[in-house]
Design a protein around this ligand. Structure first.
Ligand SMILES: C[S@@+](CC[C@H](N)C(=O)[O-])C[C@H]1O[C@@H](n2cnc3c(N)ncnc32)[C@H](O)[C@@H]1O
Length: 344
């Protein structure tokens, strides 16, 4: 609820440079929960998933200058849920491999002009990709880039929220009381007013993993806790599992043994099912060891909540848990002990 409008023309925040998160917006004074900190109109606004190639080509010089000042990465980000079918990296290639042909196909450039303009356009496309904010208006899902709002960093303990205010306009509203000097942060995976509880309540490693799609390692206050080396090794092994998983075309060539082995190592390392890796492996067990994934998945999720968190008791209960996790392919509904599954 918007409690109080902080009127006046003077800005209510400062743009500062931080060591961990690049530029950031910091409160100039204190705010009460519900205060409106800023109302801003986007430099560029498009329907969610629409290609920005032509739109960027048609911007005025001053709009291009304002955009070019914003942060960007060297390559385009992988698809995110809000991109729908149309992630920019899929259209152009992560390094802009198909940029020239898309410029010509947009109808804004001839082949010769495309070669001349590709440099600045590639920068603006990366700026768009790194700064676009997604929200839903009366016209449908939109993505916009703002001169100031796009400077808001992400935090897993956000203190401001974005509310659509009109065509191409967003309000920045204090979600909690904010003290002078505090950094103003939103939660990137959260869209509109609804808090993304399954993101904010997830463990640190899971949240950081999700934010890889925004191309940064989250260094918000909540995430800045050291991680044991052993866990990093396990995460490395998990990455090696991705290729065999992607190559699997049926439950027969699904790498269930490798999944189970890594899950077992996770348990030995004391990673409970609240850790993203154990959770991911458990989900794979449910899907990969059954011809009926959904039924098994729901059964498995119920069981997963009983998984041990680690410590001495892990070894004693581990075999019992693993027995329960493996689904019998032949009999459909019965579980089979781990040793018989492996000895096959
Ligand atoms: C939309 S921009 C935000 C403003 C940006 N810091 C700047 O310098 O303009 C998003 C980028 O800010 C950085 N960033 C935002 N939140 C961060 C966080 N919690 N931890 C580390 N980097 C973060 C990342 O580089 C990210 O790609």
């Amino acid at each position: 609820v918007v409690r109080r409008l902080c009127g006046g023309s003077a800005e209510k925040f400062l743009l500062v440079e931080t060591a961990e998160r690049g530029k950031a917006l910091v409160a100039k004074g204190s705010f009460k929960q519900g205060d409106v900190i800023l109302l801003e109109e986007a430099i560029l606004s498009l329907a969610a998933g629409a290609s920005p190639v032509a739109a960027l080509g048609l911007l005025s010089r001053s709009q291009r200058r304002r955009l070019a000042a914003l942060h960007c990465h060297t390559r385009l980000a992988p698809a995110r849920a809000e991109d729908g079918a149309g992630a920019l990296s899929e259209q152009l290639g992560e390094e802009g491999e198909r940029l020239l042909e898309e410029m010509v196909a947009s109808g804004v450039w001839t082949a010769e002009q495309a070669v001349q303009d590709a440099g600045w356009l590639w920068q603006l496309l990366r700026v768009w990709d790194a700064n676009k904010l997604s929200f839903v208006t009366a016209q449908g899902p939109e993505q916009c880039v703002f001169e100031r709002i796009s400077r808001l960093n992400h935090s897993c303990e956000p203190n401001v929220r974005l509310l659509p205010a009109g065509p191409k306009q967003l309000l920045v509203v204090a979600a909690v009381d904010i003290r002078e000097g505090e950094e103003l942060c939103i939660c990137y995976p959260e869209r509109n007013i609804l808090p993304m509880l399954h993101f904010l309540h997830a463990p640190t490693s899971w949240r950081r993993r999700t934010l890889e799609r925004w191309q940064f390692l989250c260094r918000c206050v909540r995430c800045e806790a050291p991680r044991p080396e052993q866990v990093e090794d396990l995460e490395e092994e998990a990455r090696a599992l991705v290729s065999p998983l992607q190559a699997a075309t049926s439950s027969e060539d699904f790498p269930i043994d490798q999944v189970l082995q890594l899950l077992s190592q996770c348990q030995d390392a004391g990673l409970g099912c609240d850790h993203w890796l154990s959770f991911w492996l458990l989900s794979l067990c449910m899907v990969g060891s059954s011809a009926r994934p959904l039924q098994v998945a729901s059964h498995g999720v119920a069981r997963a909540s009983h998984l041990p968190r680690g410590g001495d008791h892990v070894g004693k209960v581990k075999q019992h848990r693993m027995d329960s996790l493996v689904y019998d392919r032949e009999n459909g509904t019965r579980h089979r002990p781990l040793h018989s599954s492996r000895s096959k």
